[in-house]
Design a protein around this ligand. Sequence first.
Ligand SMILES: [Zn+2]
Length: 448
Amino acid sequence: MDLRGRIADLMPQAREELAELVAIKSVADPRQFPPEECHRAARWVLDHFTALGFDDARLAETSDGSNAVVGSRQCARPDAPTVLLYAHYDVQPPLDDAAWQTPPFELVEKDGRWYGRGTADCKGNILMHLLALRALGDDVPVNLKLVVEGSEEQGTGGLEAFVVDNPDLLRADTILVCDTGNAAVGHPAATVSLRGMVNVVVTVEALTSEVHSGMFGGAAPDALAALIAMLAGLRDSAGNTTIEGLDNTRRWEGEPYPPEQFRGDAGLLDGVQLLGDGSVSDMLWARPSVTVLGIDCPPVVGSAAAIVPKAAARLNLRIPPGLAPDVAQKALEAHLHRTAPWGVHVTIEVEATGSPFRATIDGPAYRAMGAAMLEAYEKPMASLGQGGSIPLCNVFTDTYPDAEIILMGVEEPQALIHAPNESVDPREISAMALTEALFLQRYAAGTT
Ligand SMILES: [Zn+2]
């Protein structure tokens, strides 16, 4: 039987296993869920990969107290390349329980999709790895390494530190970071670009304390008004981010994001316009974009007829590949200082920065993946960008500068990862498992 037929035969077992895994409430936050849940998920992953020949698989505790499952499996060919398979077993919390139409920690089939927290992100990708390897059986022509981490969603950086501390353990020629997805169901894609970011808190001070707006308003400078003017200066009337020194004219060269699909995905209200002069994909993946995340000022209830002496805002600047975070940070700081009116005092605290990521797309692994997707889906592989960051990708790039990193998986847009009613399309699990199996064969053949 061919690979496609074998995977089809293995799907009922994969569904049962995904249901077991989804039933484990592996939210890596001990304030919300008992840590035993994450331990159970780690053991589950460990047992299932050990059974597939990862003889040295073990739990490795990381600096944030979570456990990564690590292991390896050698093939007979001594000169075979090494491929590292990545996924994570922790999940987002359910968030709004009332918004779920099915129980969050139960796999429920509805209209052909499998619902439940983690069905796509990222437990569906764990099943994808298992299916691909089971379909290949003993006939896996590359050396494999495995890392399935346990705290990806918390951003506590456990695996990032682990990679830096144990570079040889996970060293590979190609890394499959399986925590993204296709452009749509049935439309295969690799994610080739991730945005970086700069988070700052800007504080504006104008007076030693509050003063009566009737007695002093009109002449006394208003810190909140100054802050509002500075924030308004971060964009033009079309919504383009206009920070001096940051290029906001670049174009996205990969797959476009259809505007109508984006309107629906983002939940735009009737008559509300999309931002910017560029296409949706230009705005998301090729240009800087700033968002005001929060403002400290008196809330409406409880506010008085007083001039606000001090106000602060937290800003999130997303930056595309090609723009270094320190350059973006300096430009943002200079812009805020320059646009501050009336000589108000401005202080800026940098909370966090992260580098953007761009995959290399001219290597043998990327070519083999393109061929595998074409065979599995009978459609060419598209290149997608992603607006969010995956800091681990930068750690992989820095630690293994020669490795090819490919981002892929079963998390297409309908999966609603991180939101209530997360789901996966089982056809994506089987087709991506087939893709992965074909990739391993073709990559080995191409590097002989
Ligand atoms: Zn994920």
